[in-house]
Write a protein that binds this ligand. Structure first.
Ligand code: KIV
Length: 273
């Protein structure tokens, strides 16, 4: 329990997430990269905020998630942490900070935990990153896995299409999910895989699965905030439900502001000292 703005709040933990899976309550997760949106999402009742390396795309304008650095992720995550009160915050380990060896992976995870105050880290991959997962977990840091479409490997895949349609890749994903659970992950993101496969994996694991483009049977769902709020309008995959059209609303509001300034209508006599 913590007291914040005179309100007692029960904070979300890895145990809460596990309990939610066991009672069949779905987990809501959304990305955030700054203080103001984190504060809104926390207040709206989101269970988990992911400080995703999608910041590389939506905040920095890069084509892929590869360029974002550990220092930049730490900046985003520490801003998010200052905005939250109840929800659980997971931070992506960016590309190049955990793949070389488990010692480097642990050092990167420790920097995130120490310098941001976040609650967990996420990394992409299965068997290939198992040693790193075990080492980070052994240091007392909760780890979330990420299987299926793993955007840090985009140049290996060549496309952002649905993964694990073929039996061999589906079998590897099934095996990787089990390995991640055995290595101590508290949850796993399943990105852009067939719903039936996600269902099977979700039912076979004790830990919760969080889907993005992985259908209705995952234990929770995650969306990138810019996509679900309609800030990005060009990105319209089938799995995306857009809850707002902020693009249109912001363009409209700023056009009105420009108009009012040019027309000498803003500020008026009540809007000055
Ligand atoms: O970086 C990110 O936003 C993610 C989600 C798409 C799961 O990893």
């Amino acid at each position: 329990m913590s007291v914040h703005a005179n309100k007692e709040v029960k904070k979300v933990t890895t145990h809460t997430l596990q309990k939610m899976k066991s009672v069949g309550e779905k987990i809501s997760m959304i990305t955030a990269y700054d203080y103001s949106f984190a504060r809104l999402f926390d207040e709206a009742g989101i269970d988990v905020i992911l400080v995703g390396d999608s910041a590389s795309n939506v905040m920095a304008g890069h084509e892929t998630t590869l360029p974002i650095t550990l220092d930049q992720m730490i900046y985003h995550a520490s801003s998010v942490i200052r905005g939250i009160n109840r929800c659980f915050v997971v931070v992506d380990l960016p590309f190049g900070t955990y793949q070389a060896n488990s010692k480097e992976a642990l050092a990167s995870a420790i920097r995130i935990m120490k310098e941001t105050g976040a609650h967990a880290v996420k990394l992409e991959g299965g068997e290939e990153v198992l040693e790193s997962v075990k080492r980070i977990v052994a240091a007392g840091i909760p780890v979330m896995g990420h299987l299926g479409l793993t955007p840090q490997s985009i140049y290996k895949f060549g496309t952002y299409t649905v993964r694990a349609r073929e039996e061999a890749e589906a079998n590897k994903l099934r095996a990787d999910a089990k390995l991640l659970e055995e290595a101590g992950c508290f949850g796993v993101v399943l990105e852009k895989i067939p719903a039936q496969l996600a269902r099977e994996v979700s039912e076979s694991l004790i830990i919760p699965t969080i889907g993005i483009g992985a259908g209705m049977h995952c234990d929770g769902q995650v969306l990138v905030m810019h996509d679900m709020l309609g800030i990005n309008t060009e990105f319209k995959p089938r799995f995306l439900r857009q809850y707002l059209n902020l693009y249109e609303q912001i363009i409209g509001a700023v056009k009105n502001y420009v108009h009012d300034v040019k027309a000498k209508d803003f500020p008026n006599d009540k809007e000055q000292y």
